[in-house]
Design a protein around this ligand. Structure first.
Ligand code: FE2
Length: 341
């Protein structure tokens, strides 16, 4: 595939928030107002069910004897490493066939095209969420309200997303968002500029809210909303919107795939080269599609590198459609940049 040359106008003059509030008559109105929005049926129900089935199969084929019909097998001895937040980021998952198929779903990528006002996008090589309720072998999933954006880099910079694959009602596991908090992010960070007890973050593109921060939001009258979704629904949220996730208090498991995109024009050539290497090595990124971090945190089992971890999916290296291949960012690397590698 030939190199795609981006011009300044590809940086999307119509990008949400860039021109101030305006009416769109679709999910973008909710996104502007609330900092998040649900796109119902972004993935047709039949295909969403197939993706959920592929996730069950992934767990059952993992090789440790997991069986979806045996609740006693919902234990780390039978499963890949999944933390208490449901995050599973090893075992080839960022490049599994079903994760790439979900990322390439027209209703998913199309939502991001609308928000950024461009089709020239790149996608994250992100984690999958596999949340089982009532796990006694994991610590409690305590709230960790946060923004996924550097507090020193204000403005709308990144839209996150996840495709939900199992029912997620009010008491089931899923995303919870502080409604409208994206709009006061700058005001908040001015007020907390000299914060003494700042929460440690392993990346600058993350900010954790302390009790004082939560009180500040409460005092301003902000309310939290647990996002309810059906299989195939996509939720998108502004990285500035304060959020975390909840574990199910019912017996309903949670399956979701993170799908985050940004304009290719927002990534530097160095970013894209780093992303190309990550793709070729089947490595993960965080939700930031410009591959600000590659490889993520180590996959550990009982404190040691997990011997069951692997990079290349069992389904093989990804065989991508033309649309999906563009989302790797590789076609946006200039020939000169390729030559100086
Ligand atoms: Fe987050």
């Amino acid at each position: 595939m030939a190199t795609i040359t981006l011009t300044q106008t590809d940086a999307a003059a119509g990008r949400l928030f860039l021109r101030g509030a305006q009416e769109y008559g679709d999910f973008r109105d909710n996104l502007q107002r609330d900092g998040f929005a649900v796109i119902k049926g972004a993935v047709p129900r039949e295909r969403a069910d197939q993706y959920a089935e592929q996730m069950w199969k992934f767990l059952e084929d993992f090789g440790l004897g997991f069986d979806r019909n045996d609740p006693s097998k919902i234990h780390k001895d039978f499963l890949p490493q999944i933390n208490e937040k449901g995050m599973c980021f090893g075992y080839g998952l960022p490049h599994e066939k079903f994760t790439w198929d979900i990322r390439s779903e027209p209703g998913v990528v199309g939502a991001f095209e609308k928000v950024y006002d461009t089709k020239d996008l790149i996608v994250s090589f992100d984690a999958v969420n596999i949340g089982f309720p009532n796990r006694k072998d994991l610590p409690e999933n305590k709230p960790w309200p946060h923004q996924d954006q550097n507090r020193e880099k204000p403005g709308f910079r990144c839209l996150q997303g996840l495709v939900n694959l199992l029912p997620s009602g009010p008491n089931d596991g899923g995303l919870i968002v502080c409604k409208g908090s994206h709009l006061v992010s700058e005001e908040f960070h001015k007020a907390f500029e000299d914060e003494k007890d700042r929460i440690w973050a392993w990346t600058t593109e993350w900010y954790g809210f302390t009790d004082a921060g939560m009180t500040w939001l409460d005092d301003k009258g902000f309310v939290w909303e647990k996002v309810c979704m059906e299989p195939g629904d996509l939720v998108v949220w502004d990285s500035r919107a304060v959020h975390y996730n909840l574990t199910s208090t019912t017996d309903q498991p949670r399956f979701a795939t993170y799908t985050c995109y940004m304009p290719a024009a927002d990534a530097s050539q160095e970013d894209l080269l780093r992303k190309k290497k990550a793709f070729e090595e089947c490595k993960s990124t965080t939700h930031w599609p410009n591959a600000v971090h590659v490889g993520g945190l180590p996959v550990l089992r009982d404190g040691e590198p997990d011997p069951y971890h692997y990079l290349v999916p069992k389904s093989g290296r990804p065989q991508l459609s033309e649309r999906a291949y563009k989302l790797t960012g590789i076609p946006y690397i200039k020939e000169e940049a390729m030559l100086v590698q």
